[in-house]
Design a protein around this ligand. Structure first.
Ligand code: IMP
Ligand code: MG
Length: 184
């Protein structure tokens, strides 16, 4: 088996940077929700945001719940297909809850636009978005996350949960994948 590191062109966020992002966003979320009397529910979007979500939430000393959703807009391709399917839905009612959706990356914005409508329809008291990475240049709909770890250029990145064709999630950093890997 080949070492995955050879497929990475540039590291955009190393382990220390990622830890710093989690510290910063956790402190802001804690400050913003410490006085709320609503249930705080983190909606973790599978699979890409799992590493980020667990590192982030363990730094937030408030009572909260974790829920998971699985949606897809990408297959084994590096560009958006433009439609989204819900494969796994929430197990709890989010009516009257403070919801924070945790994403790995916002690209076109279509995934979060769809989720935003869905969660508002279900009567959440508030819905905010927290994303590890943002590619603002790629946006196709008007959508801004409330908490952003890092803005990145328009390149395909993997690691710390992000995949290409289900691989590279376990890299401990976020890096740009060498285009030769997906042009094969
Ligand atoms: P959007 O609906 O176009 O904003 O797509 C967001 C989803 O696309 C993310 O949750 C990722 O699964 C995937 N995605 C977008 N850009 C990248 C990337 O650079 N690397 C890996 N996955 C990506
Ligand atoms: Mg993906």
């Amino acid at each position: 088996m080949q070492n995955m590191h050879k497929d990475i062109e540039t590291i955009l966020a190393d382990e220390a940077t990622l830890a710093g992002i989690c510290d910063r966003l956790a402190a802001r979320i804690t400050e913003d929700y410490r006085d709320s009397d609503k249930d705080l529910v983190f909606v973790i979007i599978l699979k890409g945001s799992v590493y980020f979500a667990t590192d982030l939430i363990r730094r937030i000393p408030l009572p909260c719940e974790m829920e998971f959703m699985k949606v897809s807009s990408y297959g084994a391709s590096t560009t958006t297909s433009g439609f989204i399917q819900v494969h796994l839905d929430l197990k709890r009612d989010v009516h009257d809850a403070d919801v924070i959706v945790i994403e790995d990356i916002i690209d076109s914005g279509r995934t979060l636009e769809k989720l935003s409508n869905l969660l508002a329809d279900r009567g959440a008291h508030s819905v905010r978005f927290c994303t590890l990475l943002d590619k603002p240049e790629r946006r196709q709909v008007k959508l801004d996350a409330d908490y952003v770890g890092l803005n990145i250029p328009d390149a395909f990145v993997v690691g710390y949960g992000l995949d290409y064709d289900e691989k590279y999630r376990n890299l401990p950093y976020v890096g740009i994948l060498k285009p030769a890997v997906y042009r094969k």
